[in-house]
Design a protein around this ligand. Structure first.
Ligand code: ATP
Length: 380
């Protein structure tokens, strides 16, 4: 399939709506899904998914391979038919609107640029297809190339550009019509880490400028955390949690989300006492510690999440810490990554910044690990 964007009605473009410029006056569309189900034979790829995306939000679908992210994006794009449920744009059903009438901008992992067209011609292509007059088209292309820092490459062929530059051309082509919705399916996954990180920041800035609603698919959790207004974490055709990045990271609603987004220590602990906002817990090795009492039942066993960077490491015993034996120690540049095991068998992962005060311990050596109530999140 040739993955080319579709565009909104050119008459809208000509209308004096104030949306023609490259300014921040563009407003994204509201996207709603109601019980959206897609089956491949007996296999349910998306299972009664409902969500609401506010105009201008940057939403990331994050999940493991096969969780249904691309399927959901394709249903929204109109590349595939929905079996059950409904998708609405600004409250209007689009279930029977063909892809080319939906007016969405699209970017894919493969840049899908026309190799025989220059950068400017590639970016202008949607405008040509929509019959936009030359003057408007030229102005828009120039503005968009400028926005994507591609002006000096306008006359080059895609083959004369790096991967990162080609993807910026693909993004420019997707937004040249100033679509109200932009769909992006793993657009950065073919790029190396450094380039990916710099385009992530560019994309965030671009989003603020154009104001489109963006639905972005990735399986890279750090990309999702960096870029999104909200993240929808998917697993097996369901949205497991949809929240702001900070909420997803600090207050995941399940072990799956805790484990998929970021690294985690998950410790089973017995509830000893609840008093006000705090609960006293005991780990299998007998380490007694406190946590926020939200989500915590009056008794029984709970799972406590402590992020590796929230664990404090000491070389000598400090009150409130627990002894542990180092199993691995890695220098990773800005952080030290230390694996350890407590006396009751609890395995720990600790990340600490590479400062002059922090030494990389030897495997087999004894350390003391501590955390405070504010560092724990009890999974519901
Ligand atoms: P990835 O990160 O690997 O791209 P994803 O989360 O985007 O994964 P989808 O591509 O949406 O996942 O696929 C969801 C499930 O549906 C997978 O199990 C996949 O094998 C299945 N699937 C997708 N397309 C088809 C198809 N055309 N026919 C049959 N099964 C399909």
């Amino acid at each position: 399939m040739i993955q080319i964007q579709t565009w909104r009605d050119p008459r809208q473009d000509a209308a004096p709506s104030g949306r023609a410029g490259a300014g921040s006056d563009l407003i994204g569309a509201r996207i709603s899904m109601r019980n959206v189900t897609k089956k491949y034979g007996a296999f349910v790829a998306t299972d009664r998914i409902s969500l609401d995306i506010e105009p201008g939000e940057f939403i990331t679908l994050l999940g493991p391979s096969g969780s249904g992210k691309t399927t959901l994006l394709n249903l929204l794009a109109g590349f595939q038919d929905i079996d059950e449920g409904e998708i609405l744009i600004d409250g209007k059903p689009i279930t029977h609107v063909p892809t080319h009438r939906r007016g969405f901008g699209m970017v894919f992992q493969s840049y899908a640029l026309f190799p025989n067209m220059t950068v400017a011609q590639n970016v202008a292509f949607p405008m040509r297809m929509a019959g936009v007059d030359w003057a408007t088209s030229d102005r828009r292309v120039a503005e968009t190339l400028e926005m994507m820092r591609l002006s000096e490459h306008a006359r080059k062929l895609p083959s004369e550009m790096s991967g990162g530059q080609q993807q910026r051309v693909a993004i420019a082509r997707a937004i040249v019509m100033r679509p109200r919705v932009v769909l992006m399916d793993e657009p950065l996954s073919a790029l190396d880490r450094r380039l990916r990180e710099s385009i992530q920041i560019e994309l965030r800035d671009l989003h603020r400028t154009i104001g489109s609603t963006i639905l972005f698919v990735t399986h890279d959790q750090s990309e999702a955390l960096t870029m999104s207004d909200r993240i929808a974490v998917m697993d097996q055709g369901h949205i497991i949690q949809m929240d702001r990045p900070l909420e997803i990271y600090r207050h995941p609603k399940s072990r799956f989300v805790a484990g998929f987004v970021g690294e985690s220590n998950l410790i089973q602990a017995d509830v000893l006492e609840r008093r006000g906002d705090l609960v006293t817990l005991r780990s299998p090795s007998g380490h007694v510690f406190h946590a926020d009492s939200r989500n915590v039942p009056a008794s029984g066993t709970v799972t406590v999440l402590i992020r590796p960077e929230r664990m404090a490491l000491h070389e000598t015993p400090v009150p409130g810490t627990a002894p542990a034996t180092v199993t691995s120690a890695l220098f990773m540049g800005e952080t030290l990554r230390i694996g350890a095991v407590m006396e009751g068998g609890e395995t720990l992962l600790i990340r600490c910044p590479d400062t002059a005060a922090n030494h990389l311990p030897e495997p087999g050596s004894r350390i003391h690990v501590g955390w405070g109530p504010q560092d724990c999140w009890v999974l519901a």
